[in-house]
Design a protein around this ligand. Structure first.
Ligand code: FRU
Length: 462
């Protein structure tokens, strides 16, 4: 058991494992009103180890019930990231039409050789227990060192299943009629705006916008060569049923989040709209964070959409599930006292402004809008000597050029040790972890702002 912690940093409305290590969200699927979240889990320590799939379920995306471990390592290796599909027509034959199976597709990672192949498992009790297929691996390794993280989805163009997986510096597409036999249909890897690094955890999904359907491809990259960060890039384009083409290229890489703590995020399967959850951590320092008995949390669920801006189509995100909680916002003045560790702040303004959360130890977390840029600075926000990288300048302040002009509305959701920011209708999103040594109990600002406050989630995470 770790003794890293110095106070309880467990967020209330962000999903955390009951104890021990967690990284990527896996197998997210919506079945009969229930959201299933599986995740990369190491059940015996607060650092990464041989991977299992943990499991939790929720009806509102805020309160989660922990379930028994869904997948254990086996003779093919650790259970790396992957996805689940709800096989409603029993195309796999693993269930019946009356009782359709849930199929998990994941990477088997051989810890001795590093060999990565894709495997499947099926559940006939709605995702509680899984049996692995005797056919595993169902996609063997074609001689590629990093070959993982299959994300399966229904292909509406070819009326079959498709999957996208990461293959070193590109993604590959495969198709199948029965989720068991897969044929490669295409690859995507070069586009003038792609940042370099090993590709991980891809996702591909359609987005309805301006009377058409565009496809968004997400690719996470640890240690992008350009700036050494782990982040998730996205591409906007077309899917012809076989492969993806980036038709709306940009001058620079497009990032889902401008903060430092949103990685390996993907969307739910069997849900009408793209609903995204990411791992709210960064590989650089994840294993050292001072959270005591658990390590790792997820972002809030975000509904994703596309919006045309002055520089082309850009991804927008909106937190999902918070309104069910009945929170109503009220106006506050600068200097207002905060009596909760989980709350939301909405700010409206037009000119340059700076807003900060402060605690009794003089620590402060700052959000600034200046000359058309928005930034979050955690350099003085709390404990940071647990890891060298976390202390650096580069990992203190995250910023992004606004994609909208003029007045702004910015929503901050703060939850004990995680900040999420949604600005300009979600065109700018930011996730940052912070470890204040006492709760923030004051909000102050400079500049001409109208600010509203609301509390959320008290007592939710039992
Ligand atoms: C991404 C990742 C995946 C892999 C998993 C292992 O964070 O590296 O590519 O499947 O984590 O835990």
């Amino acid at each position: 058991m770790s003794t890293k912690g110095n106070r309880d940093f467990r967020p209330e409305i962000h999903f955390t494992p009951p104890d021990m290590w967690m990284n990527d969200p896996n197998g997210m699927v919506y079945i009969d009103g229930v959201y299933h979240l599986f995740y990369q889990k190491y059940p015996y320590d607060t650092v990464w180890g041989p991977m299992y799939w943990g499991h939790a379920v929720s009806r509102d995306l805020l309160k989660w019930k922990h379930m028994p471990i869904a997948l254990h390592p086996d003779e093919l290796g650790y259970i790396f990231s992957g996805s689940c599909v709800y096989d409603a027509d029993n195309t796999s034959g693993y269930g019946t039409k009356e009782n359709p199976p849930v199929i998990a597709l994941f990477t088997s990672h051989d810890s001795e050789t590093g060999l990565e192949q894709q495997s499947i498992a099926y559940s006939t009790d709605g995702g509680k227990h899984f049996e692995k297929s005797y056919r595993n691996p169902i996609i063997s390794n074609p001689g590629i060192s990093d070959f993982r993280d299959p994300k399966a989805f229904w292909n509406p163009l070819k009326k079959c299943w498709s999957l996208v997986l990461a293959a070193c510096d590109r993604v590959q597409f495969y198709a199948s009629k029965d989720l068991k036999e897969w044929t490669k249909t295409g690859e995507f890897g070069t586009c003038e705006n792609h940042a370099s690094g090993v590709f991980e955890c891809p996702d591909l999904f359609p987005v309805h916008v301006d009377g058409k359907v565009l496809w968004v491809l997400l690719i996470s990259m640890t240690t992008t060569v350009e700036d050494g960060k782990s982040r998730t890039q996205y591409f906007v384009g077309d899917f012809d049923g076989d492969t993806f083409t980036c038709t709306y290229s940009a001058d620079e890489p497009l990032w889902v989040d401008f903060g430092f703590d949103n990685y390996a995020g993907v969307t739910f399967q069997n849900y009408d709209e793209p609903l995204f959850i990411g791992w709210a951590q960064n590989w650089g320092y994840a294993a050292e964070v001072p959270t005591n008995e658990f390590c790792g949390q997820m972002t809030l669920a975000r509904k994703l959409s596309l919006k045309m801006t002055g520089v082309g189509y850009r991804l927008c995100g909106k937190p999902e599930g918070l309104k069910q909680n009945g929170a109503s916002a009220y106006p506050i003045e600068s200097g207002a006292h905060i009596a909760s560790e989980t709350f939301g702040i909405r700010m409206h303004g037009s000119g340059d402004a700076m807003l900060y959360l402060k605690n009794c130890k003089g620590q402060r977390l700052t959000l600034e809008v200046k000359e058309g840029r928005i930034s979050v600075d955690r350099g003085l926000a709390g404990k940071r000597d647990f890891h060298e990288q976390f202390m650096t300048e580069q990992y203190s302040k995250a910023e992004m050029k606004r994609l909208a002009a003029g007045d702004y509305d910015i929503e901050l959701i703060f939850d004990v040790s995680v900040l999420e920011v949604f600005a300009d209708d979600g065109l700018e999103m930011c996730t940052m972890v912070v470890y204040p040594e006492a709760p923030y109990d004051k909000v102050k600002w400079q500049g001409d702002l109208k600010v509203e406050f609301y509390t959320i989630g008290t007592g939710l995470h039992a």
